[in-house]
Design a protein around this ligand. Structure first.
Ligand SMILES: [Zn+2]
Length: 322
């Protein structure tokens, strides 16, 4: 049962109340169950906050939003998806999974552009003059070409949470990119230094931050050493490269961290022992945690190591396809 409470708050002496304008039990995809609906005639919306168009096929049998028209009985959209996803039909609704996904407008990765945000859809062309937006869109399109990249971008762009990519510096000391989780879901990816990078580094670094968004979206805290190791592996898998693995603070830990990372990148199955070796040697073994002015012990020195049996990165094995 979904109930919608209006934001018209009535005030009356010492009490106040809000009216319930709609109570509906829905079948999956939003067809209302017969006899299980109460509706105030002033309320125009139904399932998934979609606007109902009752004139077309009768009450509750047609929905509209900015990017689609659809019939909740047939579960097909009228129009072709403006952001088609090669892994599902261009007529599909919510990737065929109304419990997993919700989609108010159909676009939830936003890229800062000149004078506002651009909604990203995989494969889109950007003709604007804003170099940051063009370069970010091109990089996202390259990431979407990879199996893992497609999984991550599809999930984030079908999420009800908003992920925005900003032309700002990242937060973690030497790191010029960063992910900042939102208080109520979603988050900000700071990618302001993308223009100063070569193409492969753009893919690796933006892919790394997107993976933090994906971790957060899936309920794994992105602010842990485990998530940092996972995002590093994911970024490296996109470019099939081990660049950026410069020495950390301690030579023994550096060797252990690098060996475990390379082993994980090359192996066909997730190996928890190698993963734990990478995690436990990251702080002293990764150049990403070298001390700087702001963080004398390294930018990740405050991050905890947690015990994860099935970290999200384990679902992406083998990391290098073919
Ligand atoms: Zn990171």
């Amino acid at each position: 049962m979904l109930a919608v409470v209006s934001d018209n708050i009535n005030l009356d002496q010492d009490s106040n109340w809000a009216s319930v304008v709609n109570m509906t039990d829905y079948y999956p995809f939003g067809l209302a169950m017969d006899g299980r609906t109460e509706q105030d005639s002033s309320y125009r919306y139904g399932f998934n906050a979609q606007e109902k168009v009752d004139e077309i096929k009768g009450p509750g049998n047609h929905y509209t939003a900015e990017f689609w028209e659809y019939d909740p009985k047939v579960v097909h959209r009228w129009n072709l998806d403006p952001r088609p996803n090669p892994s599902s039909s261009s007529y599909a609704i919510l990737q065929g999974s109304p419990i997993w996904y919700s989609d108010h407008l159909g676009d939830t990765i936003k890229i800062a552009g000149t004078g506002g945000f651009i909604n990203y859809s995989p494969g889109m062309k950007h003709e604007g003059e804003n170099d940051f937006a063009s370069s970010t869109i091109n990089t996202l399109n390259e990431i979407f070409e990879k199996d893992g990249g497609e999984t991550v971008l599809s999930r984030l762009s079908n999420s009800n949470n908003v992920y925005s990519i900003l032309d700002e510096g990242g937060g973690a000391g030497t790191a010029s990119f960063g992910f900042q989780k939102g208080e109520n879901g979603g988050g900000k990816i700071k990618a302001g230094s993308i223009l100063g990078l070569e193409n492969l580094s753009r893919v690796e670094k933006l892919g790394h931050e997107l993976f933090h968004g994906y971790q957060f979206e899936r309920g794994q805290d992105p602010y842990t050493i485990n998530s940092e190791v996972g995002a590093n592996l994911f970024g490296q898998s996109l470019v099939a490269g081990f660049g950026g693995m410069a020495p950390g603070q301690d030579p023994v830990a550096t060797t252990k961290y690098h060996d475990a990372s390379i082993e994980l990148l090359l192996s066909t199955e997730f190996d928890i022992k190698q993963y734990q070796q990478a995690v436990s040697n990251f702080k002293m073994g990764s150049s990403k945690n070298l001390p700087n002015n702001k963080y004398p012990n390294g930018p990740y020195s405050q991050f905890p190591i947690v015990n994860l049996k099935k970290p999200i990165i384990s679902e992406f094995f083998p990391l290098l396809k073919d």
